[in-house]
Structure formats: C-alpha cells, structure tokens
Design a protein around this ligand. Structure first.
Ligand code: IMP
Ligand code: MG
Length: 179
C-alpha cells in the first residue's frame, strides 16, 4: 500500500488493504454458496464502480453462476446529484432468476432505492444486495444489504473500483480522504 496517493487536487491515505478485501470476499462467497448453489444466480454488477468487486466476488464463487452489468449514475465529483439515470440497460432476462446486485458502495441509498423496485417489476425469483462498502451514516433511504464487506464512516473513499472524477479505480487497496 502507498503511504498516500494524490488524485486531482486531493490527498488520500490507506484505509483497507487488498488482503482484507479478499478475505471478506472469500467469506461472503462461502455464505453465497450455501444459499445459491444449484440456483444458478445472476450477479448484476453496477458499473462503473463495482467492476473489480464483481470480478473478484464471482471468481471466489465455486458454484454455477452468471454475471451481467448495468450502468447507472448519481454522482458527479464528490457529491450525489440525486438524478439517477439508467445508462446501459439490462440485457439479460431476469424473470424467475435469483439476482444478486453487486454494488461498490451504498452511500445515500438513492441508487438502490431506484434500482430495486425497477428490478422487482421484472419478476425475478429473488433479489439480494452485495456491497463492498456501506456508509450507514450517509444513508437517506433504507437499503437491505444482505452481504457487506465493510461498513465505513461517512468519508470519501477511492480505489478498488471507486473513483474520484474518473481516477483511482485501478488501485487494489482502498484509500480515504486525508484530514
Ligand atoms: P448512493 O446512490 O448515494 O447510495 O450512491 C452510490 C454511488 O455513489 C456508488 O455506487 C458510487 O459510485 C458513488 N459513491 C458514493 N460514495 C462514494 C465514495 O466515497 N467514493 C467514490 N464513489 C462514491
Ligand atoms: Mg457505483
């Protein structure tokens, strides 16, 4: 892990090491196996932020499963705009499928609050949410997160898929804004 990273105008310091992330992912994959083995679940990754988490989570799952992605957006820079628009639509049929939404971070909860009812309209067999990070103190809408890798304080974080204005998604560890 780097001692600090500079992204645009801001400095970030280490928060969660990649080894800890992988440990949590392996633990969650074990729980998913108990619930989903023989159900051929469909992981539904939310782009762009969840691409890395989705890849590692799926790789940790040794049972039949599928993956697809959608793209939504409510963030510009460091603050949520609140306007969630479906950018890339769902290409898979989810009727009667067991869907596991894979999200990088649950912040205000706006994204999930819009997405989950939209998906339920398509009559999946079940829907659960797996999130890399949850910021409980930022939540404005209740979101039932079945699988959480880490609960974190209400601070801006980057790395492991999470960006600050497009940059820093490539770091394998998670960094938080330096105070
Ligand atoms: P929500 O709709 O407010 O829950 O926001 C969820 C989305 O905002 C996430 O999927 C991220 O893309 C983005 N986001 C929220 N907090 C952070 C953060 O600390 N760093 C980077 N992106 C974030
Ligand atoms: Mg996201």
């Amino acid at each position: 892990m780097k001692e600090s990273v500079q992204v645009h105008d801001l400095t970030f310091v280490p928060m969660i090491a990649s080894s800890e992330i992988q440990e949590r992912i392996n633990a969650i994959a074990k729980v998913l196996k108990m619930r989903y083995a023989n159900k051929k679940p469909l992981f539904l990754g939310v782009l762009n932020g969840a691409f890395m988490f989705a890849a590692d989570l799926m790789r940790a799952c040794d049972f039949e499963c599928e993956i697809t992605f959608i793209k939504l957006s409510s963030y510009r820079g460091m603050t949520s705009t609140g306007n969630i628009t479906n950018v890339i639509g769902l290409s898979e049929e989810i009727k009667d499928r067991h869907v596991i939404i894979v999200e990088d971070i649950i912040d205000s909860g706006k994204t999930m609050n819009k997405l989950i009812p939209d998906l339920k309209d398509l009559a999946p067999a079940s829907i659960e949410v797996a999130a890399l990070l949850v910021k409980p103190d930022a939540m404005e809408h209740h979101v039932d997160v079945a699988y959480t890798c880490f609960s974190i304080p209400n601070d801006f974080v980057i790395g492991y898929g999470l960006d600050y204005d497009g940059l820093a998604r490539n770091y394998k560890d998670i960094y938080t804004l330096k105070k």
